[in-house]
Design a protein around this ligand. Structure first.
Ligand code: BES
Ligand code: MN
Length: 464
């Protein structure tokens, strides 16, 4: 077995252009490409255009394909005679909302360098991570170093809102996108000394619940005591979803959820989180989770119910004595293998409707969903990735089960029939989805090296 190596000229090119790569990432992160907020539609379009142009400058051939939602950017390495394995690199140029703005030290869409990191919304999730791959491929193309494979970058603009368009897109272009494997850097590593292959992701199911009471906000003194309060009703209903041991009370919720295998528990136990340190890091008095499971298990291998947003009544300065007309909650459940997003959503919706009092009207509007993912770390291509991680980071890699979701990885398996290798570059304190998101420049640099070393390894894995 040969060791992954960085072709000399590729390594030199990467080293020589580090400062420009940092400037590129800052330019990319300047677009407020927030897919959840309609007002940012023009920014989303402009951002797609930027990454397509950038890929062209890097020596690839890019195209912007419009969809019923946000555009998908395809960028391919130049066509050459002969047959080579084809791989896809997936990334997303859309970002989460930056709110609450006042908690950012520097503005979310004005990228700034502090210490050895760049700060901006989306800089880590996911602009920096796929840009690292693009730089690695640029280094091959600009130094005339032969890439042993063909590559297509698929960079979408709706990952943070459920990737609705990408599944149909994969189906439509399944021949063009046929490949041996997909590589995604959109997950985490415990530290720079623990590079990781993520072999499991949780699934997700999203919905909104609205509880309606009186036909307008009412004076809480004149009417209070005789009319039910939708905010209180919603709070009572939601409180019934979980018991004191952290179990979800929705009938059927755990149907089909497999007990953890001893070997899985052992693997997860290799990565320890100190609960006291973690609580301090997160600013909570103590951690909280389903009893009987370790923190890694709670996050990586157990389903959850979360309130992501809760709105009702008066939110302005001072007090306003009303009974609100309505109350709303945005909910997501994280899922594990064998749980079906639609089924769980329906079970939760049925439960909430059943426990609702007659005093209110409850409506539930379904949102996005995606199944959990598991990929075996034993395949030749997973082993190639593990060798590459070791070479690029200089440390033995770990196998991770992560709690986040990338809905498209299951669609990729169903539609294209291939595995996705999840080779993330995010650190635990990178603040994805939080204020002051950052991307560590060492992760960026190692990511480029990893990508550059990966292609020969991965190609070899498919040629045996
Ligand atoms: N990069 C994340 C997913 C992720 C984060 C995986 C950390 C593993 C570890 C991705 O961009 C993301 O945030 N996905 C959303 C998906 C949802 C909106 C459908 C998520 O997990 O909330
Ligand atoms: Mn994200």
């Amino acid at each position: 077995m040969f060791n992954p190596t960085l072709p000399a000229r590729v390594g030199e090119y990467l080293a020589l252009h580090q400062e420009r790569f940092i400037a590129d990432l800052c330019a990319y992160a300047r677009f407020p490409s927030v897919s959840a907020q309609p007002k940012h539609k023009p920014d989303v379009q402009a951002c797609a255009q930027w990454i397509a142009n950038h890929a062209n400058k890097a020596g690839l051939t890019s195209e912007i394909r419009q969809t019923a939602g946000n555009p998908i950017v395809l960028a391919k390495t130049p066509p050459r005679p002969g047959k080579r394995p084809h791989f896809l690199v997936y990334g997303h140029y859309d970002v989460q909302p930056a709110e609450p703005f006042d908690l950012w030290t520097t503005p979310p869409f004005d990228p700034q360098r502090r210490g050895n990191a760049l700060y901006a919304r989306g800089i880590c999730d996911n602009k920096g991570q796929h840009l690292a791959h693009l730089h690695a491929v640029e280094a091959y193309l600009k130094t005339d170093t032969e890439l042993p494979c063909d590559l297509t970058f698929v960079i979408e603009g709706e990952e943070e809102v459920g990737s609705d368009q990408l599944g149909p897109f994969l189906k439509k272009y399944r021949n063009e996108l046929a490949c041996k494997a997909v590589v995604i850097s959109d997950t985490g590593i415990p530290s720079l000394k623990q590079p990781a292959l993520t072999c499991a992701l949780r699934g997700i199911t999203a919905f909104e619940i609205t509880v309606r009471g009186p036909n307008r906000d009412l004076h809480s003194g004149i009417f209070g005591g005789s009319v039910d309060n939708p905010a209180l009703v919603l709070a009572e209903m939601l409180a019934k979803v979980r018991d004191s041991r952290g179990k979800i009370k929705v009938p059927g919720f755990y149907e089909g959820v497999m007990a953890l295998k001893a070997s899985d528990r052992k693997e997860m136990a290799r990565l320890k989180i100190d609960p006291r340190k973690e609580a301090r890091f997160l600013g909570v008095k103590e951690l909280h989770g389903e009893s009987g499971f370790s923190i890694m298990e709670q996050r990586g291998a157990r389903p959850t119910f979360e309130i992501n947003g809760l709105t009702s009544g008066y939110q302005g300065d001072g007090s306003k004595t009303i009974i609100p007309s309505w109350a709303k909650a945005k909910i997501t459940c994280r899922l594990v293998p064998s749980q079906k997003p639609d089924k769980v959503r329906n079970q939760v919706a049925a439960f909430l409707k059943k426990i609702a009092p007659k005093t209110v009207e409850v409506t539930i509007s379904p949102g996005h969903g995606g199944e959990a993912y598991y990929v075996s770390p034993d395949s030749a291509h997973a082993k190639a990735a593990l060798r590459t991680l070791k070479a690029a980071f200089g440390h033995d890699p770990v196998l991770l089960r992560e709690g986040g979701s990338i809905p498209i990885v299951n669609e990729i398996r169903k539609i294209l029939g291939v595995d996705t290798l999840l080779l993330g570059l995010a650190l635990p304190d990178d603040n994805a989805h939080s204020p002051n998101e950052k991307f560590d420049l060492e992760c960026y640099r190692r990511g480029m090296q990893m990508s550059a070393m990966l292609w020969p390894e991965l190609t070899a894995a498919f040629q045996k």
